[in-house]
Design a protein around this ligand. Structure first.
Ligand code: NAD
Ligand code: ZN
Length: 335
């Protein structure tokens, strides 16, 4: 990392989860006085295009273009670091680039240091952003980190509920990646390995938040991320995006809320997931839809149905003959 220091305007931009402000990790960062350290509260909202644009603009007007961006945190921080790296070299608002291969130029050097495991954002080729119109990633080969540092000690402080929800994101990635038409030998190899690790961590004799399991969870997350990168996610993520966009529910939690009701799409996966929930005394809400208006349900279904690549993978090329807006509205009514 140090050899990058002389690039661009010779300073580093650190984006760090606000949780670490004042904690040991933040004190150990090898920063220099010229560097910019931005602590970001990821609990307020998932990363937005507005946040990325303003982070880029204020860094540029204060000091210019950094030599590198270093993200230290969970999936939200990983996505912020990846997206801002690209936006230093691509003009205009990040909203322009939400989609596949819309980015014109490679970003600046970027490093990911995950502190919670499961989303696979540390290895994926997308940086998911919520924009005014859509929640969609900046997806291209340049999004991928140039360097990733995995240290299981960094995830030891994650509270149990977040450890469960975020870890389950990787489990769900593997199930969805496997159960669909884009499944292939490469995605299956990573997915199977990741599922095996998830089973040990969440169901094995030594299950729970231990140092050994944290070590495995970091690898499971990485492999789950690779599995989905080379295949696709499915019905769970299509619904989860609706919950996040319309009701601001967090990605991993929203996945869990939806997944428990999708046994007809993922029978074995949901059954195993329910065993994990029980083992770790996790309570997920049910009966939510009773309090949702018709408008809310329609709005969520509209977000969901636009994710055609996910439905196509999960249901098949003729998915439009099987899945309509009404089918998806009924799926939301199960929640
Ligand atoms: P997060 O970054 O949203 O953080 C979740 C919570 O955990 C926060 O409260 C955070 O402060 C806390 N936390 C993080 N590390 C901690 C630690 N070591 N100790 C204590 N608390 C800690 O978490 P996430 O679930 O990893 O990420 C969700 C985001 O990832 C969403 O924005 C979602 O859209 C995105 N995502 C991206 C991809 C991708 O491929 N790019 C894939 C899935 C999800
Ligand atoms: Zn996910």
């Amino acid at each position: 990392m140090e050899e990058k220091r002389n690039e661009n305007d010779r300073f580093m931009l650190y984006v760090i989860d606000q949780y670490f402000k004042g904690k040991d990790l933040a004190k150990q960062i090898p920063s220099r006085p010229e560097d910019i350290i931005e602590f970001i509260d990821v609990d307020l909202e998932e990363p937005t295009t507005v946040l990325i644009d303003s982070l880029r603009d204020r860094t540029k007007s204060a000091k210019g273009i950094p030599a590198a961006v270093i993200g230290i945190g969970g999936g939200s921080i990983m996505d912020i670091a990846k997206a801002v790296s690209l936006m230093f070299t691509n003009e205009g608002s990040s909203t322009r680039y939400q989609g596949l291969n819309l980015i014109k130029n490679p970003g600046i050097y970027h490093i990911g240091v995950p502190t919670i495991s499961g989303t696979g954002a540390e290895v994926s080729m997308t940086a998911v952003l919520t924009g005014p119109e859509k929640k969609l990633g900046l997806k291209c080969e340049w999004t991928v980190f140039n360097q990733v540092i995995l240290d299981p000690d960094l995830i030891a402080s994650v509270p149990t509920d977040k450890w469960f929800y975020t870890g389950m994101d990787t489990y769900i990635h593997c199930i969805e990646s496997r159960d669909g038409i884009l499944n292939n030998a490469y995605s299956t190899a990573y997915g199977e390995q990741s599922l095996q690790l998830c089973r040990e961590i969440y169901l094995g004799e030594k299950s729970g938040q231990t140092k050994e399991n944290d070590d495995m969870l970091m690898v499971a997350s990485l492999m789950g991320g690779l599995s989905l990168t080379y295949s696709e996610v499915g019905v769970v993520h299509a619904m989860s995006y609706g919950l996040s966009k319309i009701l601001s529910e967090k990605h991993c939690y929203a996945n869990c809320v939806a997944f428990q009701h999708l046994e007809d799409y993922y029978p074995e996966g949901v059954a195993e997931f329910k065993t994990m929930i029980k083992k770790h005394n996790i309570t997920l809400p049910t009966g939510l839809s009773k309090n949702w208006s018709e408008e809310t349900i329609t709005a969520m279904a509209n977000v969901s149905i636009k994710l055609e690549h996910m439905w196509n993978h999960a249901i098949g090329l003729d998915w439009k003959t099987k899945i309509t807006l009404d089918t998806i509205k009924d799926l939301f009514r199960r929640l």
